[in-house]
Structure formats: C-alpha cells, structure tokens
Ligand binder design. Structure first.
Ligand SMILES: [Zn+2]
Length: 223
C-alpha cells in the first residue's frame, strides 16, 4: 500500500515492476499530468522535454516551489530516472540560475530536489546577481534575465554538460546561460527541461505562402 505524494490517496501498485520502482503518484494524478516527450533542436542544441506546461503541471510546480512542498521534488522524474541516467551518462547537469535570497527563503534548491534522484553530478555554474523571477515578468521584460545571470568564477566547466531547468516558456533563461557559455570551449552541450509551453494554435489560410509555413514549422518550438 502506497500514499500518493500529491493527493494523499492510498493506492496499490498496479504492475509488478512497481515493486522495483515505487510509484510516487496514484493512477489518477499520474493520468492527469500532461505528459509529452519531445527531442528537438533549439538554438543549435538538442533540447529534451517531458511535460506540457499545462494546468496540472503548473499546479504541481506551484505546490512544490511556492507552497514549499519539498516532497514533490522527487515526483517529476520518478518514472524517468533510469532513462535519464543512461542517456546523460558522462554528462553533468548544470542548473539554471537562482538567487541566494530565494534559496534561503525557500529552504531548498528546487532543481537539486528534482534532478538529484537521477544520480548524475549537479553543478551550480550560474547565479543571479539580484532576485529576479522570470515568471513575474511580461513580454520584453523577460529578457532582463540576460542582465541578471552571471557565470560563477573559478569553477571549471566539464566537457559534457546538460543545462537543466524546470520550465521553459520563452527560453530567455536558457538563452542567457548559452550566451555566457559561448566564449568558452566546451565539446558537448544539451538541454533538458521538465515542462515546455505548448505552441499556440496558428491559423494558416490556404493562401499562406509556402515560406510562411516553413517558418512556422521551424519556429513553432523556438518560442
Ligand atoms: Zn494522487
């Protein structure tokens, strides 16, 4: 008998393999999550994502980060840990930047809590030089993340790194990280995010020119 970490329902494991990897969510919560698995190229880098940034994910991540429900940190990648460990073998997970004040206030580092169960090295290479919440910014203000993100000094960068973050909406945080890495020589870089915003539906009339369609296809995941 298990207890769901999100809704606290008591449930029984459904499959025999659940005895090997304990599920942390009940079937109802599990089925509500907007799963997707996408591997794309973005900014010339491979980016992998696992969920839609939909209402259920948004509620869960809010419960985790804003309501300080640290127990939920292990829920997001529970079904993916083995896959990610094999796929990113020899890579170091480089965490998206945060500000010390936020971490002290919260009492835990959200990305450490999410990604530590994969079992790969975690590196804090970036930080914010002032408190700045990307989720509280609108439109062009979101580009302000470029000004507040800095590279920590005196830390050597491993040859294979995977930039990780919980949510990608406009991608400005990841662009800031990539921009700071560019002058530095590194051989392999990938990106892994939990959730990515779904592309908005775009109406294309039958009179649309072919190049417009081509651009839409290229850009749809670049927002
Ligand atoms: Zn549940």
């Amino acid at each position: 008998m298990l207890i769901c970490k999100y809704c606290f329902r008591i449930f029984d494991p459904l499959h025999v393999w659940h005895f090997l990897q304990r599920p942390l969510l009940c079937r109802i919560c599990y089925q509500q999550i907007e799963w997707h698995h996408r591997i794309e190229r973005w900014q010339g880098i491979q980016i992998e994502s696992l969920f839609d940034y939909g209402p259920v994910f948004q509620k869960m991540i809010y419960q985790f980060k804003s309501n300080l429900d640290v127990e939920l940190g292990s829920v997001f990648l529970n079904q993916h840990n083995t896959y990610l460990k094999l796929k990113y073998f020899q890579y170091t997970f480089v965490l998206a930047p945060s500000h010390d004040d936020d971490l002290i206030k919260r009492g835990f580092h959200p990305l450490v809590e999410i990604f530590k169960a994969v079992g790969l090295p975690l590196l804090i290479l970036f930080e914010k030089n002032r408190p700045y919440r990307q989720s509280e910014q609108q439109g062009r203000d979101r580009q302000g993340i470029q000004q507040v993100t800095i590279l920590k000094k005196s830390i050597s960068i491993p040859q294979r790194i995977c930039l990780v973050d919980d949510v990608m909406t406009t991608g400005e945080t990841l662009k800031a990280m990539i921009g700071l890495l560019k002058p530095i020589s590194f051989k392999h870089v990938k990106i892994l995010v939990l959730a990515r915003k779904k592309p908005e539906k775009i109406e294309i009339t039958r009179h649309a020119k072919n190049d417009k369609i081509r651009n839409w296809k290229q850009d749809i995941w670049h927002g």
